[in-house]
Design a protein around this ligand. Structure first.
Ligand code: MTE
Ligand code: MO
Length: 360
């Protein structure tokens, strides 16, 4: 047997669907980088990717504002201070295949690779909204829309976040035009996308063209009906239709961790690497691993963490006997929450966060 000091590596995305284009990297490769390089960045689309000419692109800001704005990209860059934020973007369907193994779900089959960690560059949404002036009749939401691109379930792609989140300086909500210090590519929403640190990817609207300050959440399909955790007794779209509105639209995703690779580095030692990601609040303080089905847990070494919104990378070396088996990992946050042993099933297969397992 070979004992390698390197994990298996591939920079090819696994294509889960061609039209629309949906693809994810192997997690073993993903966790080799703190900042996800473009070629390992997952693509999640509800419609075709479209390229725009930056010089002809405008964003409209309207709704419950004192002044409606129409801003070009060069005005956006010139009028507001530049902001840079490190934040992980994660699709609500991350690890869906594991949930589907419990019972089939509706949605694109994803492994654990629909996550990316990047430096996002742009301007603060809060600065733009302050420039437009929020009206005194106390609106509660900011809706984002991309009317310029088509999508599967509605006439445009849209989402919303609470106005409070958008206005809180420390929440770092951006209108981003850079990813890892490069201009944002068309695949990832260029010229401009929303960055909502701590929220599921569905709210990070790509090819953003309209911002509406509103008294209600976005009326778009993906805000009103999709991206909700339904109770387990709802098993079909027919059963879901009359009850969608009873369940809240998703914001944060749960505390999670995924093992990317586990490989022998000597006859008696196993090395494992992976990522962890915070839930609603509280950063990751530990990731523990087990090679005896959860009887004994070993601490891992945290190798990367940056600011409030990044993912956490970790690495562990554990003594092992025998030549095959399974390794488990669980993350713990500063409020002592840990991942559950079993993940709860829901029809859309979202927010799966059971203890992660990998055969080695
Ligand atoms: N306009 C638009 N924005 C969108 C989407 C989309 O289909 N259209 N998909 C959303 C979802 S579900 C996710 S997870 C992220 C994926 O971003 P990425 O393709 O850059 O990885 O974008 C979000 N923003
Ligand atoms: Mo997503």
């Amino acid at each position: 047997m070979d004992y390698s000091s390197e994990p298996p590596h591939s920079d090819r995305l696994l294509v889960q669907g061609q039209y629309p284009f949906n693809a994810e990297p192997p997690v073993a490769s993903l966790v080799e980088f703190s900042y996800t390089p473009e070629e390992l960045f997952y693509c999640r689309n509800h419609g075709p990717v479209r390229e725009f000419v930056e010089e002809e692109y405008n964003i409209t800001v309207k709704g419950a504002v004192e002044r409606e704005l129409s801003i070009s990209i060069s005005q956006l860059k010139g009028m507001f201070p530049k902001a840079r934020v490190v934040a992980a973007l994660q699709c609500a369907g991350n690890r869906r295949n594991e949930m589907a193994a419990i019972k089939p779900v509706h949605g694109v089959g994803w492994n654990g690779g629909v996550i990316a960690n990047c430096v996002w560059g742009g301007v603060r949404l809060r600065d733009v909204l302050e420039h437009a002036g929020i009206r005194a009749d106390a609106p509660l939401h900011v809706c984002f829309a991309s009317f310029a691109t088509l999508c599967q379930d509605d006439e445009y792609y849209g989402a919303s976040i609470p106005l409070e989140k958008a206005l809180r300086h420390e929440d770092d909500v951006l209108l981003a035009f850079e990813m890892n210090d490069e201009p944002l590519s068309a695949e990832h929403g260029g010229p401009v996308r929303v960055v909502v640190p701590g929220y599921l990817g569905a709210r990070w609207v790509k090819w953003l063209d309209t911002v509406t300050v509103s008294h209600e959440e976005s009326l778009n399909f993906y805000q009103q009906r999709d991206y909700r955790i339904l109770p387990p007794e709802i098993q079909s779209k027919e059963q879901a239709r009359p009850v969608w509105s009873k369940y809240p639209s998703m914001k944060a995703l749960p505390l999670n961790s995924v093992i990317g690779s586990a490989y022998k580095i000597s006859p008696t030692r196993l090395r494992a690497k992976g990522y962890a990601i915070l839930g609603e609040c509280g950063n990751i303080v530990a990731v523990e691993v087990s090679v005896d089905d959860g009887t004994t847990w070993h601490p891992s070494r945290i190798t990367y963490q940056e600011g409030k919104w990044s993912w956490t990378l970790w690495e562990a070396e554990i003594p092992v006997t025998g030549s095959s088996g399974e390794i488990w990992a669980r993350a713990r946050d500063e409020n002592s929450n840990v991942q559950p042993k079993e993940g709860a099933w829901n029809m859309r297969g979202v927010a799966f966060n059971a203890i992660s397992r990998l055969k080695w």
